[in-house]
Each structure stands twice: as structure tokens, then as C-alpha cells.
Design a protein around this ligand. Structure first.
Ligand code: KG4
Ligand code: ZN
Length: 359
């Protein structure tokens, strides 16, 4: 089976071919993975501009897919299925990928497989690491999402926690903006933090201690869901206040580089601690046999180091994707497509993009 994955949910136009292997421990292999990033286009605006993103997807999608096929040394007719991100994401961006994948599947007369973007991030762990000991608790942490899932069996995802407000990646991006750093903020804050003192400033992170009574129960999960929720809007405001206070105190236009590094390191420590506290607490409570961390923020160096240290201390294996598979890509969508296909899930030609698709 050779499946083409197509990903256009945000600001990356991506196509990849993933093939099934005969190896039980590593059933999937990446034949090619091509990503056309729009980051230079959006940097000028300090964030993703949806209309610019969808227009650029239209320009790039054909060339990116042709390149994915040529890198895999395949032609169109070698494809056995097409998987596409149906949602969630920016609707105009999603529509480009969905329309493209639908036309392709129809023309080639192969199955079309709808994929949830976060299922793609979760499957990036299986794509890179092979089989994970299950049940696993998986943290999906990106620019648009911060969610905790329990994965009891392959392809089964049970939501056990999520952010009540900002995603962790969004907090990184907003804090970088407050500090006058470039977009996207995550990698820059990560880099700056290396030179800073993580205990220089005590930024607070809200901790949910009881269940949200107004929230509808999570389907299929009867546990104490509210306990594993996240909140990152408070820390963003705290950084903003701290910077404004320091500028007023010093009377300067900008803070010195060393102080910015301390703020980055302190902010990053607070966010990473909040993410890992809840992830490992959920793993303990639910008797998980492994922990996975995926999504753009899983590229964060402190998150990677601290997760490994906590896993070692608890004798719990921790799995992460490669850096290339952490941020948005189509190989993870192709892998999630294979998972869905094995479960018999395909889409009809009237498949539509769904900006708020739930998992
Ligand atoms: O998964 P992704 O590529 O796109 C979404 O689905 O949102 O994640 C992008 C997010 C951005 O917010 C970016 O700042 C963050 O991941 N990010 C990082 C790092 N690299 C990317 N955050 C912290 N540290 C990093 N090294
Ligand atoms: Zn993503």
C-alpha cells in the first residue's frame, strides 16, 4: 500500500508518500515528505493571515505533490489511496487540500481517507518510533492546540484534557511578540532561553483543581477530565505586565538581551512544567505504559529534555517524533490515513473541510 498524504490546514503546504512495510515493529516507512512553508509570507504580519495562506496553498499544492511523487520515484498511478487533513484548521486553507485530494482520488479511482489533524500529530509518534507500549498518554501541543489523549489501542484517541484558552504554541508566539522577537516565536524563545536563568522571574500558570461543571462530558471518558485541563492566557498577560513594568522602571525603550533571555527561560520553564505535570499525572492515574509528545511545541529543547528526565525517573518510556515530524507535515497525515484505512474509514466524494472538526 502506497498512500499520498496532503496537509494544508494552516501555513504549510505539504505532501508525502508513506508505504507499508513487511516489518511488524515498523509497519510504515516515509518514501518522501515535501513541505512548502509560508512562514516568510506571514512573518511580515506577525502571524498567519488566512486569506494569504489559502492563496499560497493554491499556488503550491500541485508542485509540492509532484515533488513528493518524484522524490518517492513513483508516478500518479502508483498511488493506492489519498489521505487529506479534513480539519481542524483555517477553512480556506483546508478547502484547498480537500478539493485537491478529492479530485485526485476520483481521477485515480482510489480511496479518499479523511484525517483529523491531531490524529496526524499522534500518528507521527508511531511513524517515527514504530509500536508504542499501550495504553499511552499523548500530549499534542502546537500553535492551535494543547490536548491530552489516552490511546488505549492503535487508532483509538480519547480526549482527557485540553486548554481552556490559548494553546501553548500560541503563548510562545504571543510572548515572543511582546519581547519584540520574530515570528514564529517558539523556536526563537527556545534559542534565547538557553542563555537565560529559568528561575529569574516567577511567572504563574493557572492550575485547574476541579472539574468544569459547565463543560459537557468528554465522550468515552468517565474520569476526572477537568483535572488535566490547561490554561496559558494568564502567563502571557503576566509576561506582558512584567515587561511593561520593567520598561517603566528602567525608562528604556527595550530590555537588554540578557534580561530578555531570563524572561524567555522563566516563561519556558513555567509552560513546560505545566505541560509535563499534567501529562505525567494523567499517565500515573490512568496506568499508561508510555508517554508521547507531538505537535510543533514538541520541538522545544527544554520540553524534550525534561520529558526524558521525568520518564527516566518514573521508569516510563517517553516517545517524541523527529524535529521534522514535530511541526506540520504530510507524512503524519499519510500515516493517520493508513490507520483509518485499516479500520475501513473512507470518505465519499462530497467530503467537506471542517474547521472545527473534533477528535
Ligand atoms: O504543529 P505546528 O507546526 O502547527 C500547528 O498545528 O499549530 O505548531 C506550530 C507551533 C508554533 O506556535 C511554534 O511557535 C511552535 O509550534 N514551536 C515551538 C518550537 N518550534 C515550533 N514552540 C516552542 N519551542 C520550539 N522549539
Ligand atoms: Zn499541527
Amino acid at each position: 500500500m502506497r498512500i499520498l498524504g496532503v496537509e494544508t490546514s494552516c501555513d504549510e503546504t505539504a505532501a508525502a508518500v508513506v508505504v507499508e512495510t513487511a516489518e511488524a515493529e515498523r509497519p510504515w516507512a516515509i518514501a518522501s515528505s515535501v513541505i512548502a512553508s509560508q512562514v516568510e509570507i506571514h512573518r511580515e504580519w506577525g502571524g498567519v493571515v488566512p486569506e494569504l495562506a489559502s492563496r499560497q496553498h493554491v499556488r503550491d499544492i500541485c508542485g509540492v505533490t509532484e515533488r513528493a511523487l518524484s522524490d518517492a520515484e513513483l508516478s500518479w498511478t502508483d498511488l493506492d489511496a489519498v489521505a487529506v487533513t479534513q480539519g481542524p484548521g483555517l477553512v480556506g486553507s483546508l478547502l484547498v487540500g480537500v478539493a485537491f485530494a478529492k479530485s485526485l482520488a476520483l481521477t485515480l479511482r482510489v480511496p479518499l481517507v479523511p484525517v483529523h489533524h491531531l490524529a496526524g500529530h499522534i500518528e507521527s509518534l508511531f511513524l517515527h518510533n514504530g509500536a508504542l507500549p499501550l495504553p499511552a498518554v499523548v500530549l499534542v501541543v502546537s500553535g492551535g492546540h494543547t490536548c491530552l489523549y489516552l490511546v488505549p489501542t492503535p487508532g483509538e484517541y480519547r480526549l482527557i484534557g485540553r486548554t481552556r484558552d490559548d494553546a501553548a504554541g500560541e503563548a510562545f508566539d504571543k510572548v515572543a511578540k511582546v519581547l519584540g522577537l520574530t515570528y514564529p516565536g517558539g523556536p526563537v524563545v527556545d534559542r534565547m532561553a538557553r542563555a537565560g536563568n529559568p528561575r529569574a522571574v516567577g511567572f504563574p500558570v493557572a492550575r485547574m483543581t476541579h472539574r468544569d461543571r459547565t463543560r459537557p462530558p468528554t465522550p468515552g471518558y468517565a474520569g476526572r477530565a477537568g483535572m488535566t485541563d490547561f490554561s496559558f492566557s494568564g502567563i502571557k498577560t503576566a509576561v506582558k505586565r512584567h515587561v511593561a513594568g520593567r520598561l517603566a522602571e528602567t525608562g528604556a525603550d527595550a530590555l537588554p538581551e540578557a534580561e530578555l533571555a531570563d524572561i524567555c527561560a522563566s516563561f519556558q520553564r513555567a509552560v513546560v512544567d505545566a505541560l509535563l505535570d499534567r501529562t505525567f499525572e494523567a499517565a500515573r492515574r490512568l496506568g499508561a505504559r508510555s508517554v508521547g509528545i507531538a505537535g510543533g511545541v514538541s520541538a522545544n529543547s527544554r520540553l524534550r529534555e525534561d520529558a526524558a528526565t521525568r520518564g527516566d525517573a518514573r521508569g516510563l518510556p517517553v516517545f517524541l517524533p523527529t524535529l521534522a515530524l514535530s511541526t506540520d507535515n504530510a507524512a503524519m497525515i499519510a500515516a493517520a490515513g493508513l490507520r483509518q484505512l485499516a479500520r475501513g474509514v473512507t470518505a465519499a466524494p462530497d467530503l467537506n473541510a471542517d474547521a472545527a472538526l473534533s477528535l
